[in-house]
Structure formats: C-alpha cells, structure tokens
Write a protein that binds this ligand. Structure first.
Ligand code: LER
Ligand code: MN
Length: 295
C-alpha cells in the first residue's frame, strides 16, 4: 500500500479540492513528510509542464498516484451525461488528453462529479449515456494501459452513483477491464451500510481509495474507525494506493503532517504484514492488529 496526497498547481480554481497548491513548493514538502506520491487535480492536460513535473518528481522520489478531474466539471460544467451530445464530445476530448498524460503519470484517472447528475431526467436514460461514454473512453484508455476509476460521491454533492454498491452495479454494466472503483471513505460514511466490510466485499473492483475522516479533516481528526478499514483491507489483500483528500485545515502543512503522522505508521505495519496475513479470514488476532479497533 502506498500513500498519496491531493495537490493542484497555483493557478487551480479556488474550488479545487486539494491539500496542497503549487507543485514547485509542495512536491518537496510531501516527500519530506514521507508520502509516496501526489494525486494531481487537473482540468486539462495542457496545464502540465511535463518535463518540469518529471524533474520535480524524480528529484523528490515521488510518483503520481492518479489524475483527478473534479476541476473539469467545476470549471466547465461539462459532464459525461450532458444532455447535449456536442458537450459530451467536448468532455471526451478533454478526457482523451488526460488519458494520454496519464500514460506517463500514474496510469489512473478518476471520474467524480464529472459523471453528471440525473436531475429531472429518467435514471435509466442517464445511466445508458454514462455507460456508453465510459466504455468509449475505456476503449481508448485500454490501448494506453490507463484505468478509469469511478468514485461514488455522497447524495449532498450529486444524485447519481452515491454508494459503493451503486458503483459496482455500473462496473458490471460497463464491463471493461480498465474500469474500476475509487471509494472515498468520507462518502462511504454517509452512504454505505459499513465501510471495512463493504470495501472487502467489493475488493475485486477497487483500485484506489480516498482517505478522510468523518469531518473531512485528516484521518485521526474525526470519528471514523480506520482500524476497521485497514483490518478489512488487509484481510482482502488490498495492495494499492490510498490518498489523503481532505480539507486543508487548520492549514495545508498541518493537515498534511497530521495525515502522515496518523497513516504512515499504520501503512508501515500494513505493508509488513500483508504478505503473511492476507487471506486469513476470521482470525481473532487480526481484529486487534492495528491497535485501533476490536471489531
Ligand atoms: C472528489 O474526490 C470528492 O470526493 C468530492 O467530494 C469532491 O467534491
Ligand atoms: Mn474523494
């Protein structure tokens, strides 16, 4: 398991939901705290100076974990399920550019609110459009070894694909090998019956996980049971990225530090033990594994 943190460049919209702003200043800071990678929040591929980003990542020994696309929606209002087909062509073009970029940076692109909402339309009609667009982009991305990761987002932000269960239904309908899920435990805390068991049950679809506490502060600053989350991930053998997508409070540096202080020791333990304990279901000693839970 590797740990990442959400970052945008200095010119990103105020609404970009990231901890850090500014690649030059913050990539070295993330490395110094012990993060393995950065999650890039972009609105289009042209924002990136690829050569300089490569240099910065190499100098600091960091990877790009994935490219996130909330700003595509926030900046342009474009969405996969836009009723106007010409607008759907525009969003597909932006995504093809991001897929090309992701070949070199992380090989994963998220689909969050850019999927669009149902509003007063028929749910099945919206779903059909979504499946068609997602399949087309997956077909393009497959040739480039890039995976699209769909993020269930809670009902207070969007009315389409709120829970992991709904995300899994869509995975089955899209039926492409490079279409996977990106659960966010903050949204799961609102929408799903459980967090750890739900992740474990659907692990075959899960390629990436957003971490934030119940109040969207750094893990450890709210009341989510991360011991339970890590326990179930360990049992199911999850070995992918987890990424801190939290409010930059009390300030970005402190939020990043709190995240590293809380998650890095857990992840060290996790990586030590995953080889020996993965797959051993129902072992009572695992329940206390992380010293945070007795569930
Ligand atoms: C995006 O990853 C997300 O979790 C959304 O809540 C941002 O609005
Ligand atoms: Mn998220």
């Amino acid at each position: 398991m590797k740990l990442s943190i959400a970052i945008a460049d200095t010119h990103a919209l105020p609404s970009a939901f990231v901890v850090y702003r500014g690649f030059e200043e913050c990539i070295p800071k993330a490395a110094a705290l012990g993060f393995d990678g950065v999650e890039l929040a972009l609105k289009e591929a042209g924002e990136i100076n690829e050569r300089r980003l490569h240099e910065l990542l190499d100098e600091n020994g960091l990877l790009v974990s994935c490219i996130s696309t909330g700003q595509v929606y926030a900046d342009t209002g474009l969405m996969f399920t836009h009723p106007d087909a010409s607008k759907r062509e525009e969003v597909k073009k932006i995504f093809r550019g991001l897929i090309d970029l992701a070949q070199d940076f992380g090989k994963m692109i998220n689909i969050g609110r850019v999927r669009g909402s149902i509003g007063d339309r028929d749910k099945e009609e919206v779903e059909c459009i979504f499946v068609e667009v997602a399949r087309e982009l997956c077909t393009y991305a497959l040739k480039k070894d890039v995976t699209l990761i769909l993020e269930p987002v809670n009902r207070y932000e969007i009315d389409f694909i709120n829970s992991v269960e709904e995300g899994v239904e869509l995975m089955k309908k899209i039926d492409m090998p490079n279409m996977k899920l990106m659960p966010d435990v903050f949204h799961m805390n609102i929408e799903d019956r459980t967090i750890g068991p739900e992740l474990s049950k659907n692990i075959e679809y899960i390629r990436y996980i957003h971490m934030a506490d119940s109040n969207r502060l750094a893990p450890g600053e709210g009341h989510l049971d991360f011991g339970e989350v890590f326990y179930h991930l360990l049992k199911s053998g999850y070995d992918g990225w987890v990424s801190a997508e939290i409010l930059p409070r009390p300030d970005p540096d402190e939020a990043a530090r709190q995240t590293a202080d809380f998650l890095l020791p857990l992840i060290r333990k996790y990586n030590n033990d995953i080889k020996t304990v993965a797959g051993r279901n129902g072992n009572g000693t695992l329940a206390q594994h992380f010293g945070l839970t007795n569930k």
